[in-house]
Design a protein around this ligand. Sequence first.
Ligand SMILES: *[C@@H]1O[C@H](CO)[C@@H](O)[C@H](O)[C@H]1NC(C)=O
Ligand SMILES: *[C@@H]1O[C@H](CO)[C@@H](O)[C@H](O)[C@H]1NC(C)=O
Ligand SMILES: *[C@@H]1O[C@H](CO)[C@@H](O)[C@H](O)[C@H]1NC(C)=O
Ligand SMILES: *[C@@H]1O[C@H](CO)[C@@H](O)[C@H](O)[C@H]1NC(C)=O
Ligand SMILES: *[C@@H]1O[C@H](CO)[C@@H](O)[C@H](O)[C@H]1NC(C)=O
Length: 174
Amino acid sequence: MLLFLVFTLFVGVYSAPASNGCPDGGVQSSVNSSTCYLYVNGSFMHLEDFGGNSPPDGAEDYCRKYPNGHLASISDAFTNKFITDYLQKVIVTFGADPRSLVWIGGYAYCTQVGLGADCNWNWTDADNFSYYNFENGSGYEFFDTSIAIKPSTGKWFSENGKNLYSIICEMTTN
Ligand SMILES: *[C@@H]1O[C@H](CO)[C@@H](O)[C@H](O)[C@H]1NC(C)=O
Ligand SMILES: *[C@@H]1O[C@H](CO)[C@@H](O)[C@H](O)[C@H]1NC(C)=O
Ligand SMILES: *[C@@H]1O[C@H](CO)[C@@H](O)[C@H](O)[C@H]1NC(C)=O
Ligand SMILES: *[C@@H]1O[C@H](CO)[C@@H](O)[C@H](O)[C@H]1NC(C)=O
Ligand SMILES: *[C@@H]1O[C@H](CO)[C@@H](O)[C@H](O)[C@H]1NC(C)=O
């Protein structure tokens, strides 16, 4: 009994640092220990500036409430696997379908619109866009300029940014 009490106290006292400075429900990245990821179950448009509509609940806006917060960028296969594993685990706790898409920070930045548009993929956190994991056949298409990940496979899809999906944010540990 005494041992049990001592054990309980020990756990009680030392459980606080176990959060690793990440928000509740978030995880510390295995690739970069200063970075957390947080899945947010809900209905968000992708970015905040579609045709001046400025929805107050844009996904990138939401993530910027956190320290150095952005929608998650994915620059290597390890991070893609880590995020996919995390999403598969966390999404079911919200009763969501692992095949439903989740916004990440990729978007097509175009120097002009319409015919002859010159577009590049970019990340909202300004990381270099050097790793690609699109589902076959998915890529830049007119109006489909926002990237979402499918938790069940880890593959990416280019989607209309006005679609409403849950999101995954990244932020610095505090
Ligand atoms: C999570 O999101 C899904 C899809 O929008 C919804 O069906 C589900 O009710 C949400 N879960 C909770 C706990 O809010
Ligand atoms: C988007 O990425 C391209 C390179 O692919 C870069 O030249 C450009 O400056 C980026 N645009 C923004 C807005 O970050
Ligand atoms: C991005 O790419 C450029 C050119 O390849 C390189 O000089 C720069 O260090 C890279 N930045 C990051 C954050 O990886
Ligand atoms: C995707 O395309 C590549 C190259 O065309 C092909 O080798 C691969 O089998 C395809 N994968 C699927 C799942 O269709
Ligand atoms: C690791 O994460 C921190 C905080 O998010 C960031 O400032 C730093 O650039 C990252 N390091 C690498 C090597 O990506």
